[in-house]
Design a protein around this ligand. Structure first.
Ligand code: ADP
Length: 607
């Protein structure tokens, strides 16, 4: 026995670890799932913000291109119809002063607008008549000697073919001077429109060389604070603005054919070249793009020529002349976003796991400790009861031997004392049994048989047992069993113990009158009731009558023997049988305890 207690005392660290794992793992899993949901939610939100920002930037970029190029077209049309130009065309004699007026007009226009590298009027032969060079912010009217014939340049030929109000737009390319790409690079878009005299005769063209660098700067400004890299592509995928300056304007050079967006980002180019607008992600990052058409309804475009005096390669339709505005967020930047959020989440996660670890360990330890103490307690009770019962049995045995006269005659006084010893030994034994039962109920070790039990028989045998006790007290003991058998499923010994306890209480706490035990079937239940005409109970006492160690503060009750454990054991036993025990009582009138138990299925019948 002692060894058992000692074994229990040794804290089982293996159990603590097992319990810790059982508590800790589900909690960590839960916290991990919750934090993962928040983390991925945040990553998604961050991505949504960036995606929306890129789309917004694209829209701004589109608006800037349309605005800048649109105002160039209207500038061109205003210049082509101005009064000074008409006077130049109308006057065959004294042209000099009209030309001066027109030149100074072009000059002030160049100075004010600051975006035109050249403003020119060419006559019907392709000869430059007036030309103002922007000259990096110091516009100059070119002297007559420096004016050239542009009859063979594609923009003259293309523009001169157009009708009134029609506009020619060249491709976005680099300026060429004397057959060479001008250095530093001068991105350029030429706009031309024919000029008619007052007789409706086509007399030449006005050409504006728009400085493309302005447009590129305006677009770059939008993307300065963006995580995206901005690119501008022509319709073949050549870079006008690229990630590296050396990749730009590939189409202007003999060896530049492979310097295209398509070469660098093949997969993305397939999508971008085929679509009008979109946003997608591939191995090269996240791309957002828009297609910007440069030609409006009346405008014409030639594909131009990269050689100074070559005819243009083809005439394009409005829908063919477009640029692609593209932004790219590199995979590294994208990873950086989730990395940044991860860096915020990880410490929180680590902290939570640590906290869970500590509290789980604490809980596991406390629960094992509690179990251990409970085990010790129940081992102690079992041990103590056993050790107490052995000498008690021996005392009882010897007392009875002497009382039976087996060791010779005893005096009346000796008999009286021995009977007191015997009585108290029985009380002590009953108390020990009750304590053991309570301990078994508490520790969940109370075993209950499940066998067919006839309650009417149990009632019969209880009545037989208590008949003498009732008679001795002058009480009438009545039995009223309406049906027999009354079969239920349960443990007959335990149920006998319950009814004996209720019957003995009824007799014990009744001074005069009668005690009645009745049994019947009520629907699907068996009912056994024990009624008496005894002390009864106050409403307050009735509420706690089933509590352990409860005994009423009544002087009559206090004179009787009892542990206050019987009713709590009865209640626990009945509940283990899926039944219920109820009490009705009135102080000074009597009490009724009713036990309800589910009938065995085959035994159900209406009373
Ligand atoms: P015990 O009878 O050993 O005191 P019980 O748990 O059986 O313990 O009963 C608890 C208390 O309930 C009793 O002490 C008594 O005060 C009250 N009691 C039980 N049965 C009756 C009854 N039939 N009439 C009046 N009081 C009762």
């Amino acid at each position: 026995m002692n060894n058992r207690i000692e074994r229990t005392l040794q804290a089982d660290s293996g159990t603590t670890i097992r319990r810790f794992i059982i508590i800790f793992l589900p909690l960590v899993a839960l916290v991990s799932i919750v934090l993962a949901v928040f983390y991925y939610g945040d990553v998604r939100t961050e991505r949504n913000i960036i995606e929306a920002e890129e789309i917004h930037n694209m829209d701004l970029g589109m608006a800037i291109i349309v605005r800048d190029l649109g105002s160039t077209v209207s500038d061109l049309l205003v210049l082509s119809e101005q009064h000074e130009l008409q006077r130049v065309l109308g006057d065959d004699g004294e042209r000099r002063s009209e030309l001066r007026d027109l030149s100074s007009n072009f000059l002030s226009f160049s100075l004010r607008k600051r975006v035109y590298d050249q403003i020119r009027f060419l006559d019907e032969t392709g000869m430059e008549v007036v030309r103002v060079n922007y000259n990096d912010g110091h516009p100059l009217i070119m002297p007559e000697a420096q004016l050239e014939s542009k009859a063979k340049r594609y923009y003259f030929e293309e523009t001169f073919l157009l009708g009134r109000g029609e506009v020619f737009v060249s491709p976005f390319d680099l300026n060429i001077e004397r057959g060479e790409v001008e250095k530093p690079l001068k991105p350029m878009v030429r706009f031309g429109t024919p000029v008619f005299d007052s007789f409706g005769e086509k007399r030449g063209i006005v050409v504006l060389n728009y400085l493309g660098a302005n447009l590129i700067h305006d677009l770059e400004r939008i993307f300065t604070d963006s995580v995206g890299q901005f690119m501008l592509l022509n319709h073949d995928g050549f870079w006008i603005k690229g990630l590296k300056p050396e990749d730009e304007w590939g189409f202007m050079y003999e060896d530049g054919d492979n310097r295209t967006f398509g070469n660098a980002f093949g997969e993305a180019w397939q999508e971008i070249s085929a679509g009008e607008a979109g946003q997608f992600q591939d191995i090269d990052g996240m791309f957002t793009f828009r297609t910007v058409y440069l030609l409006l309804g009346d405008q014409r475009l030639s594909s131009g020529s990269d050689k100074a005096f070559h005819p243009s390669a083809a005439q394009l339709q409005t829908g063919d002349y477009y640029l692609k505005l593209v932004s790219r967020i590199s995979p590294d930047v994208l990873k950086g976003i989730s990395g940044k959020l991860l860096a915020q989440f990880l410490p929180i996660y680590a902290l939570m796991v640590a906290l869970l670890g500590f509290s789980s360990w604490f809980l596991a330890h406390a629960s094992v400790e509690r179990k251990r103490i409970e085990q010790m307690k129940s081992d102690f009770v079992a041990l103590a009861s056993h050790e107490l019962r052995t000498p008690l049995t021996s005392i009882q045995g010897y007392a009875e031997l002497i009382l039976d006269g087996d060791v010779g005659e005893i005096s009346r006084e000796q008999r009286e004392f021995l009977e007191i010893i015997s009585q108290n030994t029985r009380r002590l034994e009953a108390l020990i049994n009750d304590v053991l039962d309570v301990e078994k109920i508490e520790s969940g070790r109370m075993t209950m048989k499940r066998e067919k039990v006839d309650l009417s028989q149990i009632v019969d045998s209880c009545v037989n047992t208590f008949k003498v006790m009732a008679e001795n007290k002058g009480l009438q003991l009545e039995k009223d069993v309406k049906t027999s058998p009354i079969n239920i499923l349960g443990d007959s010994d335990r149920l006998s113990q319950v009814f004996s306890n209720l019957l003995s209480n009824a007799i014990k706490y009744t001074k005069e009158g009668r005690v009645k035990i009745s049994a019947c079937i009520k629907g699907e239940f068996a009912s056994v009731a024990i009624e008496d005409t005894g002390l009864g109970m106050s409403p307050e006492d009735m509420k706690i009558v089933f509590s352990r160690f409860f005994r009423a503060e009544d002087s009559y009750v206090r004179k009787t023997t009892g542990s206050g454990l019987g009713l709590s054991i009865a209640k626990a036993t009945i509940e283990r049988h899926n039944g219920d025990i109820k009490v009705e009582s009135k102080l000074g009138t009597g009490s009724k305890f009713e036990v309800i138990l589910p009938l065995l299925k085959e035994a159900k019948k209406v009373d």
